[in-house]
Ligand binder design. Sequence first.
Ligand code: FE2
Length: 177
Amino acid sequence: MNSDVSIAGDPLDLLHLLPPVPRHPVTVAEFAGLARAIAADRARWAPLVRYDAATRWYARLQTGPGYEVWLLSWLPGQTSGLHDHGRSSGVLTVLDGTLHERALTARGETRRALSPGRQRAFGPGYVHEVANESLEGAVSLHVYFPGLTEMTPYDRSACTPGALAGQESGARSHAQA
Ligand SMILES: [Fe+2]
């Protein structure tokens, strides 16, 4: 008497014929690698980009178990404002144009220009502001893990590194609640 196994053979002998099992990133390096792979696939993201003079434009490009990928556009002068990302970690990758990041920690303030291909990885509690200070549009890719469910805005004028130390701890305890 035949069975499916006897007709088709032992499935365990055919693994090399099966399509690869989709693998999702789980480490920061792998999330950064995912962002670089998407960045290199310009035909995938460039046709989707829109610019909105009223607000930053964004679209969810991809989701996976425990993460999501967002595509954002920035017209000159558009800014995120100072914010954190709740309990999410993230990888920011510039795809087009130049963005400027101002990051605040209890130890001080850091400013940096981010050109295409530059990446910033951050953990929960990271506070920054991203802005397009150039005269041309910019596009960025943002991977969040877990997916972004809360962003705490900070008052830019009142936000000094010293004051931030207290705000950061507050944000963390809120995220853990
Ligand atoms: Fe951010």
